[in-house]
Design a protein around this ligand. Structure first.
Ligand SMILES: Nc1ncnc2c1ncn2[C@@H]1O[C@H](COP(=O)(O)OP(=O)(O)O)[C@@H](O)[C@H]1O
Ligand SMILES: [Mg+2]
Length: 262
């Protein structure tokens, strides 16, 4: 598997919007697929008058509901909207849990357990499914993945494993979504330190919110990481404004492409 793992310094920092920006930025250069392995806070539609089940397979883990699209907290749908990505580039499989809490707890509350092993098995199954792209023998032409984590690096997924363990198992370079405001130097540098301690490659940082050049310089200096862009706060947040920003500002030198996606 090749691609990028998008993590954040926190929940709600802009990982989903950054993932959409990544889809927009590189899709002319490589074939990309977005995947959200673990989504919490996702409410199934009740169109049928009763909640759709989120359980799937024997593990009891939610796999896929067509009604994900109508749900309350659905990063996959938001990425599709913002990047105007076709369904073919979106993987809708993954663990889907109703409560908007940490994955370990959201799973516990529905009497199930998430493991890195199950997530990797799910990913392999999809990657090796017989689609025209996956039959391409040359690994260079296979799609690259934009994988969005849940929360930040040390968010637990069960009583032992964290998001960082998933990143290690997938072995993808990591892009960090960070706030631009006060406090971000500490949070970003801590995230970078945890990733590096686990031998994960920090592919870059995207700062979200009112651009702040001092914080940008500090992250580059103290975190020794590249800031790939400063994404302003858009009101309203539309595909057009994100696309215009991506074209004008995001990874202008193409370092992320060369370093992680090519
Ligand atoms: N650049 C931006 N401009 C406007 N709103 C944004 C921007 N980035 C994020 N948001 C909003 O902030 C909230 C959190 O962003 P999101 O990408 O969902 O964070 P995360 O995936 O880290 O939880 C969402 O409501 C999203 O629409
Ligand atoms: Mg998100």
């Amino acid at each position: 598997m090749r691609g990028i793992f998008v993590t954040g310094t926190d929940t709600n920092v802009g990982k989903t919007v950054v993932a959409a920006a990544l889809m927009l930025r590189y899709r002319d250069e490589v074939s990309l697929r977005y995947w959200k392995p673990v989504q919490t806070g996702i409410r199934p539609s009740t169109r049928s008058g009763r909640p759709e089940t989120l359980q799937g397979r024997d593990s009891g883990i939610g796999i896929r509901t067509p009604d994900d699209r109508a749900s309350s907290d659905d990063d996959t749908t938001e990425v599709a909207r913002l990047s105007r990505t076709s369904e073919a580039q979106i993987l809708r499989c993954g663990v889907r849990l109703p409560d908007p809490v940490s994955p370990h707890l959201a799973a516990q509350r529905v009497g199930t357990r998430i493991t890195v092993r199950d997530l990797i098995a799910m990913q392999r199954e999809v990657e090796h499914a017989p689609t025209p792209e996956s039959r391409i023998r040359n690994p260079e032409s296979r799609p690259r993945w934009v994988v969005e984590g849940a929360g930040g690096v040390l968010v637990p997924i069960n009583e032992r494993e964290t998001m960082a363990d998933l990143m290690q198992a997938l072995d993808l370079p990591v892009v960090i979504a960070a706030r631009s405001t006060l406090g971000t130097i500490n949070h970003t540098c801590m995230t970078i330190e945890v990733l590096r301690r686990r031998m994960l490659r920090v592919a870059g940082v995207v700062m979200v919110g009112e651009p702040n050049d001092e914080n940008r310089l500090a992250i580059e200096r103290y975190g020794a990481a590249e800031v790939l862009g400063q994404m302003p706060w858009f009101v309203p947040l539309t595909p057009e404004v994100v696309d215009a920003w991506v074209r004008a500002e995001f990874d202008r030198s193409g370092v992320l492409f060369v370093g992680a996606l090519r």
